[in-house]
Design a protein. Structure first.
Length: 333
């Protein structure tokens, strides 16, 4: 939900309806994150913050040919290609913000924070959740003392939260829940391809303590989703994993840009910064063919509505699905 859709208003609306709203800390400066945390705290005490764990700089040799390829996109939109620079996303500064002004939950994506960071957050009163995409990652994550694991299946929209950006066989949410559950005993939060109450119920039945939804809220009234992005989502279509926009595998709707750049290297965040002016120009021009339309595989089930209505619908549908399953397959006592 980073890069615009995440807002304090969306997080608060989800929390007010009984969920836990999250702020996306990725791409924000530490100062901007502090402002968003303060704004959210004024609206609700029930929220979380997600941070990106920084990786290593990209290989310039692998990156250079793709930057040359992107020059045609820059010319198409009348802009200069952005600087393909490395950044740690102000990770330490954001961590300091969350130690000084704690959130109830802090989650991490793209890797493991240092044990010392987990300890600082625990001392500040926050729970720590780690995103994992395999049983092996789950076992590594358990060694640093998290309170829960966010189990992200391959159906999820936007970036895959894997520790390493490499080509692996994608694993769906339900199989992954079973594999991770068998590998440890931490509470699990299911994520990926969940868009309805029955989807939530399925995740709970498979052993999750909670379900996390992102794409389902992209069209919410309180979301900061750009109009060009909203237009692209409502157009429908298939999704695909791609590195074309950011240099890291992410799931988005197939559009012209994604289809014409299938061989982008693993180079995050360098490619993210290189394509930023192109994407900004495409958004301003109302052209959904030139922006990253991050979406999960169940994106067609997302619908415009106030976030509280979306949560209420999910809750009602999930309860009905669980009751139906219990009545159909009663448990002997």
């Amino acid at each position: 939900m980073g890069g615009g859709p995440s807002t304090p208003q969306l997080a608060a609306a989800v929390a007010g309806a009984g969920g836990v709203g999250f702020l996306a800390g990725g791409y924000l400066s530490a100062e901007a994150l502090a402002a968003d945390v303060a704004a959210t705290r004024e609206l609700t005490p029930r929220f979380g913050v997600n941070l990106f764990v920084p990786g290593a700089p990209a290989d310039d040799g692998a990156l250079a040919p793709y930057l040359t390829e992107l020059e045609s996109e820059a010319r198409r939109y009348g802009v200069e290609l952005g600087e393909a620079r490395y950044s740690d996303d102000e990770f330490e500064g954001k961590l300091a913000v969350l130690v000084e002004a704690p959130a109830p939950v802090v989650s991490f994506t793209f890797g493991l924070p240092a044990v010392e960071a987990v300890s600082r957050l625990h001392e500040a009163g926050s729970e720590v959740w780690i995103t994992v995409t395999s049983a092996a990652e789950a076992q590594l994550a358990a060694t640093i003392g998290p309170d829960a694991l966010v189990v992200q299946g391959a159906e999820a929209g936007a970036h895959q939260g894997s520790f390493e950006d490499r080509e692996v066989e994608p694993v769906g949410t339900l199989p992954l829940l079973q594999l991770v559950r068998a590998a440890g005993d931490l509470p699990l939060v299911a994520s990926g391809g969940i868009a309805t109450g029955p989807g939530v119920a399925a995740a709970l039945a498979a052993g999750a303590a909670a379900a996390q939804l992102g794409t389902a809220f992209l069209l919410a009234d309180e979301a900061g989703t750009a109009e060009t992005y909203r237009t692209g989502l409502t157009g429908g279509g298939e999704t695909r994993l791609t590195r074309a926009f950011t240099g890291r595998r992410a799931r988005g709707l197939v559009n012209r840009f994604l289809a014409e750049h299938p061989d982008a290297p693993s180079a995050y965040p360098e490619i993210h910064y290189a394509t930023a002016p192109i994407r900004a120009a495409a958004r301003a021009a109302g052209d959904p063919e030139g922006i990253n339309l991050w979406a999960g595989q169940a994106h067609e089930l997302a619908a415009p509505a106030p976030a509280a209505e979306i949560v209420a619908r999910l809750d009602t549908e999930a309860r009905e699905a669980l009751a139906h399953a219990s009545a159909r397959w009663p448990v002997s006592r």
